[in-house]
Design a protein around this ligand. Structure first.
Ligand code: MTE
Ligand code: MO
Length: 301
């Protein structure tokens, strides 16, 4: 059974996600589109946008994978209060002309966050729609000037078993590591997230700064980053190291390439009853499929 903690003021302030979503539409959409959004539409012909109903704040912040704080979905919310997010630095190094250890507040000041509503699809076949606050990773990478040798980007999470009790057990090789090809990292959809639902990122979601790559399985979106290293060779990643046949380097969401132990054809959107079809590249194919032209996605999974 789930034991509920004392009511959280922040989450009760945001009671109706659909209100929030409608307000966003008015801000972002043209007058015509905003009006169209108000028209009643029969369920069968609802615009695709209807699929984008935000996942509740409670699910986004209460159903998490963050093994540094335990392997159950409700562990991170209960346990991540021991993470200290100030002072915090992010070292950006490797194949760059201007390596630098950034203070997190310097990053936040230089790279203002804006809202990005993205689908996140976990390899475990559940998904959410999350209003992130963040900025394009490319703007930070440009600041350190990658050399012509740079082909990949490695990301590393904080390693401190005192703050992250899950690291006292060898469930994964610590610290958690992830990687992208440089062109994936430079893609405008790839962001460093610093908040969600218009507020500072909760610890359980990867405070103070985490990656979000919306067309890849959730595990690529590494949390609580302390190092970003540009490399010439494909960097090792935690999940690939522990289970290479199940978790590849690319991890692009793909309904046609099943996980060895389960199908990836469908997913359960948190807060919904019926399962829905998983889309190639998590629905972002128009924007990202050119990155993989000519690649065998069953081989480079
Ligand atoms: N450091 C670290 N980053 C991590 C994980 C983790 O265990 N440790 N889990 C990953 C997985 S499997 C998923 S699905 C997403 C979940 O992000 P969310 O909890 O913010 O929805 O975080 C990813 N980033
Ligand atoms: Mo995941």
């Amino acid at each position: 059974m789930l034991i509920r903690s004392a009511p959280d003021i922040r989450s009760s302030e945001i009671t109706d996600e659909s209100l929030y979503w409608n307000r966003r539409k008015f801000i972002g959409a043209s007058a015509g589109a905003a009006l169209a959004a108000l028209m009643p539409v029969a369920p069968s012909v609802r615009p695709k946008r209807q699929d984008e109903k935000l996942t509740s704040y409670d699910d986004v912040t209460g159903y998490n994978n963050f093994y540094e704080f335990g392997v159950a979905k409700d562990d991170p919310k209960r346990n991540a209060h021991t993470l200290r997010t100030r002072p915090w630095t992010v070292a950006v190094e490797g194949e760059v002309h201007k390596p630098k250890v950034f203070d997190i507040d310097e990053i936040l000041k230089k790279h203002p966050s804006e809202e990005r509503v993205y689908r996140l699809r976990c390899v475990e076949a559940w998904s959410m729609v999350i209003p992130w606050m963040g900025f394009s990773l490319s703007s930070l990478l440009k600041e350190v000037e990658p050399t012509s040798q740079a082909k990949y980007v490695q990301f590393v999470t904080l390693h401190d078993p005192e703050q992250m009790p899950g690291q006292r057990r060898a469930v994964l090789p610590w610290p958690y590591m992830e990687g992208l090809r440089l062109d994936e990292a430079m893609h405008p959809l790839t962001i460093l997230a610093t908040g969600l639902y218009g507020e500072v990122l909760p610890n359980q979601n990867g405070a103070p700064i985490r990656l979000v790559v919306p067309w890849k399985y959730g595990f690529k979106s590494i949390k609580s980053i302390v190092m970003i290293r540009l490399t010439e060779q494909e960097p090792p990643t935690s999940w690939n190291q522990v289970l290479p046949h199940e978790y590849g380097f690319y991890a692009n969401v793909n309904p046609d390439v099943d996980h060895p132990r389960w199908s990836q054809k469908r997913e359960r959107r948190l807060g919904r009853f019926r399962k829905q079809e998983t889309l190639l590249f998590n629905g972002y194919a128009d924007q990202v499929s050119h990155l993989y032209a000519g690649m065998d996605l069953a081989r480079y999974y």
